[in-house]
Design a protein around this ligand. Structure first.
Ligand code: HEC
Length: 137
């Protein structure tokens, strides 16, 4: 019994004092400014990031790296508006901040994830951006 308690204590100490391998992502100051603009202008009421948000407009997770899209494309939409999307009168600096925010969101991952395989063990192997090692086994 004493051995079990010791093992339990050691195990818990180990588990609860380990740093997680996924360190908190850090955004640049400009991207944080962009995030605030994204929130205060309710982009999320119509758009999704990683599938979450309103569904009037398309998902913007990978808008920056998408083929034939990117920063100028985003700015064009902000300046002109389209259908139910209002025209925003952002300054050049504010547009850059929004683009920087979307760029850093884009660097986090893919949405939707097409590149996933279900292994015989039941684990799902997902391809992440900037992935160096796969320690999911
Ligand atoms: C009232 C709803 C609404 C709001 C608020 C809104 N949008 Fe949109 N947005 C849309 C719709 C709808 C479209 C799709 C138009 C189309 O392609 O037919 C769109 C398209 C876009 C596109 C092009 C997407 C693509 O894949 O072609 C971008 C980029 C975009 N919006 C960015 C933003 C940003 C950034 C904000 C906040 C500052 C914002 N939108 C706020 C409705 C909205």
């Amino acid at each position: 019994m004493a051995a079990l308690i010791i093992i339990f204590a050691v195990y818990n100490t180990f588990v609860y004092t380990q740093g997680t391998s996924n360190t908190t992502p850090k955004m640049t100051a400009l991207a944080i400014e962009g995030e605030k603009l994204y929130q205060t202008n309710n982009c999320t009421a119509c758009h999704q990031l990683f599938g979450l948000g309103g569904y009037l407009g398309p998902d913007l997770t990978n808008i920056i790296s998408a083929k034939n899209k990117g920063s100028f494309y985003v700015k064009a939409f902000l300046n002109s508006g389209i259908k139910s999307m209002p025209k925003f009168n952002f300054t050049e600096k504010e547009q850059d901040a929004l683009v920087q925010f979307l760029t850093e969101v884009d660097q986090c991952g893919y949405y939707p994830i097409y590149d996933a395989t279900i292994k015989s063990t039941g684990w799902v192997d997902v391809k992440y951006k900037n992935q160096k090692v796969n320690n999911n086994d």
